[in-house]
Ligand binder design. Structure first.
Ligand SMILES: NC(=O)c1ccc[n+]([C@@H]2O[C@H](COP(=O)([O-])OP(=O)(O)OC[C@H]3O[C@@H](n4cnc5c(N)ncnc54)[C@H](OP(=O)(O)O)[C@@H]3O)[C@@H](O)[C@H]2O)c1
Length: 369
């Protein structure tokens, strides 16, 4: 199996101004790698913020101008690399309808094509080298757990053998609302096919994380779930994806990037493992889904007893409780068994989101009483 090691040559990471990408670079540097950090635009505020952080790390080469929608823009970054960690995607802060100057201008098209067209450009850059042996792709639980979730028995544990597209009406699957899940499913398949077509020159492994949370390294990383946990600790109600209560399916970003690295270094035959070369990453320290307005709030209250906390809305206009479905039960058994990942406790993850949100000046908690 084409496992990689830090002594064999540099590795590249895409999407390094993002939450996972920034942590991926940090993880690799701490384990002795020379990292080519691929950035889309070093002159954007997110780019500048990321560069300021990344320049403090040893053995990091920042490669600017790497845009998923620009063919050839990863060629220089990947030349001579032994591994590629493909983390970038059009989502969150980058899927706001204004942040894709080379995209189509339509958010759901860009979300989908950021995966397909963008990853084809990444694959072409891998194929243009003679050195890359392995690609690790950051997919999502959105590619695993789909519309069938509502009809599955309570307690069903999602595994690498599940695909979000399974049993979904084809017209329903094409709806813009499914652009992200569809992008992740189709991109995984695209990568696996390209790896097969390389005739053993390189292989591919996919990571399927749930909601990625953990310490914030620089301000540009704030968005999505970590922003909402910060808002809770800062006394505000959530504002994304809505103000309503819901379950949080957390994976710590540090465990996730460690899983990426361990998969890249592993001599396991990932393709022959159950469900193929993909790994579910969800089930923090034995706890799976956590209700935001009650359980997650209790974790924050225990860690920061003097903070006045925000509350998501849990009732409708008539004062009736809003039914909340979508509780997930996962334990990342395959990642634990084959990669040796032992996820940290979710209490640590949540506390670190809040502490770093305060330290970076993202939130200013009000004190109770
Ligand atoms: N966040 C989650 O809870 C979650 C859950 C499951 C899976 N994932 C997956 O995990 C990966 C990382 O997610 P994240 O939440 O860490 O992302 P993030 O913080 O939103 O970062 C996304 C990164 O992708 C880059 N990017 C966006 N459009 C690009 C383009 N056209 N060309 C090149 N780079 C581009 C962004 O660069 P700019 O700063 O220049 O925009 C940023 O560096 C993604 O593949 C995502 O689908 C995330």
């Amino acid at each position: 199996m084409p496992a990689i090691a830090p002594t064999e040559g540099p590795v590249a990471v895409t999407g390094v101004s993002g939450f996972t990408g920034g942590h991926m670079v940090r993880e690799l540097v701490h384990h002795g790698y020379h990292v080519r950090a691929c950035l889309r635009d070093a002159s954007s505020w997110r780019g500048r913020d990321a560069v300021q952080y990344l320049e403090r790390l040893p053995n990091v080469e920042i490669i600017d101008g790497c845009d998923l929608f620009e063919p050839g823009s990863y060629d220089a970054a990947f030349a001579g690399c032994v591994g590629v960690f493909h983390v970038a995607a059009v989502l969150g802060n980058s899927a706001d309808g204004q942040s894709q100057p080379k995209g189509s201008g339509n958010v759901s098209t860009d979300v989908y094509e950021g995966g397909i067209t963008g990853t084809q450009n990444v694959i072409d850059a891998v194929n243009a080298t003679e050195s890359v042996k392995r690609m690790v792709y950051t997919s999502s639980m959105a590619a695993v757990r789909g519309a069938r979730a509502a009809s599955m028995p309570v307690g069903y544990e999602w595994s690498e053998e599940d695909w979000a597209s399974d049993g979904v009406d084809p017209d329903e699957w094409q709806r813009p609302a499914n652009a992200y899940a569809r992008s992740k499913v189709d991109t995984e398949k695209l990568i696996n096919k390209a790896a097969d077509a390389s005739n053993g020159r390189w292989d591919a492994i996919t990571m399927n994380p749930a909601m990625i949370c953990g310490p914030i390294l620089f301000k540009a990383q704030v968005g999505q779930w970590i922003e909402q946990i910060g808002r809770l600790a800062g006394g505000l109600e959530p504002n994304w994806p809505s103000k309503y209560d819901m379950y949080y399916d957390i994976i710590d970003v540090r465990d996730l990037v460690a899983a990426h690295r361990l998969a890249a270094e592993s001599v396991v035959d990932h393709r022959e493992s159950a469900g193929g070369p993909r790994y579910v990453l969800h089930g923090s320290g034995g706890r799976s889904a956590i209700r935001f307005g009650t359980e997650l709030k209790a974790i924050v209250r225990d860690a920061f007893p003097r903070f006045e906390l925000g509350t998501p809305v849990a009732v409708n206009r008539a004062g009736e409780p809003i039914p909340i479905d979508g509780r997930a039960f996962n334990d990342m058994k395959k990642a634990k068994g084959l990669l040796g990942i032992e996820p940290r406790r979710v209490e640590e993850t949540v506390r670190d989101v809040v502490e770093t949100s305060i330290e970076l000046g993202i939130i200013a908690p009000k004190l109770d009483g």
